[in-house]
Design a protein around this ligand. Structure first.
Ligand code: HEC
Length: 219
């Protein structure tokens, strides 16, 4: 009882059914002779082809169809998107709640938003009190690092001084050595971005000097 893979005897049922080996069932030419196993009984032309179909083990056909269906469903599973848990910080990189008044949200431009990323990766542990990012080490440090939003301390510093202290560390700028140097970790763009973020969240608000100081001054 050899399964007939090619049904040449039945006109209209002569096409090979690649889905169901042994079943000459796929018939696109004859209406009523439909595909996939079940259609073979509907083949209008009597003949050996039909009986060849009928001799094929139905179990084999059914197993194959089940396999195809399983393969199909697993593919659609892979295409489905796993639900991503929203990160409260990543959710709003284009804004930052006012640290003194959480009902007030400060919009951030592109550079400030880049700075926010840098800040919440490297600086938050010392320059913020506890945040959704985690607990802070600020209270353990002496001197206490200024809060990033502390405009009363930071507004007085020029961008150049900020750049120097961030790049070379507190010790190099005559400040506490517990402020690490970031020049080997961050590039100049990151550093300028994080300064822009500090400026954006400053309270009282930061006002850029009307006449910037000489380019190479440190303060
Ligand atoms: C390990 C703790 C720590 C981390 C992390 C840290 N800082 Fe600091 N930072 C300090 C301390 C302490 C000071 C205060 C130094 C002083 O006042 O003598 C300071 C001071 C500063 C100052 C100067 C303030 C002033 O009054 O002159 C700036 C600007 C600054 N940090 C920016 C940053 C930035 C930007 C990052 C992240 C890239 C960062 N810090 C990460 C501890 C830290």
């Amino acid at each position: 009882m050899k399964p007939a893979t090619r049904d040449t005897a039945t006109p209209g049922c002569a096409t090979r059914d690649t889905a169901t080996p042994g079943c000459a069932t796929r018939d696109t030419a004859t209406p009523g002779c439909v595909s996939r196993g079940t259609g073979r009984s509907a083949c209008p032309a009597p003949g050996t082809g039909r009986s060849a179909c009928a001799t094929t083990t139905t179990l084999g056909c059914a197993l194959l169809i089940a396999l195809i269906l399983m393969a199909g469903s697993s593919t659609s599973c892979r295409q489905g998107h796993a639900e991503v848990k929203p990160d409260p910080l990543a959710r709003a990189y284009d804004s930052e709640p006012d640290w003194n008044d959480s009902t007030h949200v400060l919009p951030l431009n592109y550079r400030q938003a880049q700075g926010k990323r840098v800040f919440y990766q490297y600086c938050v542990w010392c320059h913020a009190d506890s945040t959704p990012a985690g607990p802070s080490n600020r209270s353990n440090l002496n001197p206490n690092p200024p809060l990033a939003s502390d405009g009363s301390t930071l507004n007085a510093l020029s961008d150049d001084f900020m750049r120097n202290v961030i790049t070379m560390g507190g010790a190099a700028a005559g400040k506490s050595a517990s402020m690490p140097p970031w020049g080997k970790t961050l590039n100049q763009d990151d550093i300028d971005a994080v300064i822009a973020f500090y400026r954006a969240i400053a309270q009282p608000p930061y006002q850029a000097p009307a006449r910037p100081g000489p380019q190479y001054s440190v303060r």
